[in-house]
Design a protein around this ligand. Structure first.
Ligand code: ZN
Ligand code: ZN
Length: 410
């Protein structure tokens, strides 16, 4: 368990390094009712650093399950007007958003996949504008994560609940660098290293990234025209930096959605809407999925890959060395925020407009011309095994080694 000082530091990281809230700003905290105490700490910190007002968007995953079991498909796909109005208010008031992502990875086990798909599609449609506002950095936002009992129990199945929660807090404390004297300073240094590597990749402006390993991955991922690699800190449209994911270890950009060829095998399970998908491989041709197999969770994978046209291509490629504290912990968190930072990953679906130069000012058509992928989905899956080799291939065919045996060599 973390002590009070460490929890305070954690809340401060969310407000100052994460969302980088500015004096006089409104804050929205999104949080499951189980994490109320930590949300309150963040709210207090926000006021300490000059927030104008803190709004709370309570989530309740247990009610989510009760609704999924009890409500009709029709009822689950109706989106109340007030939710749309609320999103509109948040966008107009340029709030900064702090999400606390925590939950039971298996909460939806046994629910009707058809209902789940319809409901998540309806909510994605309803939140389209709000999501566009965060994905384009119109709003500054961050996601942090804390243990819940059910989650800890899944991660440490052999420990009793108390002990499991304790282990989770310690692991997250280490990953968040809360066991250092000055976590904010430790994060500054870490962010500098990531930025140095991103600058190297941007100088080289590779045409392709080539991934290979002994599990059978041999994939050439073309990069979007005028792509840019982004790490840790991004710039809001107002020019103020923020760190969207806490923790973050990744350096990422946009693939070109017509230039992806070969086969990729997953390195870690993919947890999506309470389903676990594992032992899967995906084959691409000319940027599109042409074949997929999964030994675990095939139906759930199929559900993702039939959402829309765009989900059949990639919207993100992200590089992470195997010596990141998350990877070194060796813990499978069953939570994308952590697991995606443990391993190089790709994402089915939408790309971030910020990963192409001038992307925020482009029309959908212009983005598409650059090879930027569009979809309602953005689903990360982990491909970075401990033995992965990664090369950058230039427009002139030159090859630069980026990773050997799972770790950066630049
Ligand atoms: Zn990522
Ligand atoms: Zn992603």
């Amino acid at each position: 368990m973390l002590n009070q000082k460490q929890l305070q530091n954690f809340a401060e990281l969310a407000v100052r390094v994460g969302a980088n809230m500015q004096k006089g700003q409104e804050v929205v905290i999104r949080c499951d009712v189980q994490c109320a105490e930590f949300a309150h700490l963040i709210a207090e910190k926000a006021y300490r650093f000059g927030a104008k007002f803190v709004h709370m968007q309570w989530r309740d995953e247990v009610l989510g399950r009760i609704n999924m079991l009890g409500a009709s498909k029709e009822a689950l796909t109706e989106v109340p007007e007030y939710l749309l109005a609320q999103n509109k208010y948040y966008i107009e008031h340029k709030v900064c958003l702090i999400s606390i992502s925590a939950g039971d990875p298996n909460i939806m086990k046994g629910c009707d996949p058809d209902k789940m798909k319809a409901s998540s599609l309806a909510s994605m449609q309803a939140n389209k504008e709000f999501r566009a506002a965060t994905m384009s950095n119109l709003l500054r936002w961050t996601i942090v994560s804390i243990p819940t009992r059910a989650w800890a129990k899944q991660v440490f199945p052999d420990a009793d609940p108390e002990e499991a929660a304790d282990k989770m807090w310690n692991a997250i404390g280490h990953i968040m660098r809360l066991d250092t004297d000055d976590p904010t300073e430790a994060w500054r240094r870490h962010i500098d290293t990531l930025h140095r590597r991103a600058a190297f990749l941007n100088e080289h402006n590779f045409e392709y990234i080539h991934l290979t390993n002994r599990r059978g991955t041999d994939l050439r991922v073309g990069l979007a025209t005028d792509h840019q690699w982004i790490a840790a800190e991004e710039l809001g449209q107002d020019g103020i930096p923020f760190t969207a994911n806490m923790p973050t270890e990744e350096i990422f950009t946009a693939p070109h959605n017509r230039k992806i060829d070969g086969k990729v095998v997953n390195a870690l399970p993919l947890v999506n809407n309470g389903n676990v998908i594992d032992d899967f491989e995906i084959t691409f041709e000319a940027g599109r999925v042409v074949d997929y197999k999964a030994k675990v969770g095939y139906e759930a994978l199929k559900n993702i890959l039939t959402t829309d046209e765009g989900v059949l291509s990639l919207g993100e490629i992200a590089l992470i060395g195997k010596h990141s504290p998350i990877a070194e912990s060796g813990i499978l968190f069953y939570n994308t925020l952590f697991d995606e930072n443990a391993s190089c990953h790709l994402a089915f679906g939408a790309s971030y407009p910020t990963t192409v130069k001038g992307g925020n000012d482009m029309t959908e058509r212009q983005l598409a011309e650059h090879g930027m992928n569009q979809s309602l989905q953005h689903v990360d899956f982990m491909v970075g095994t401990k033995d992965i080799d990664i090369d950058g291939i230039g427009y002139d065919g030159s090859v630069v080694a980026l990773f050997r045996d799972g770790e950066w060599v630049i």
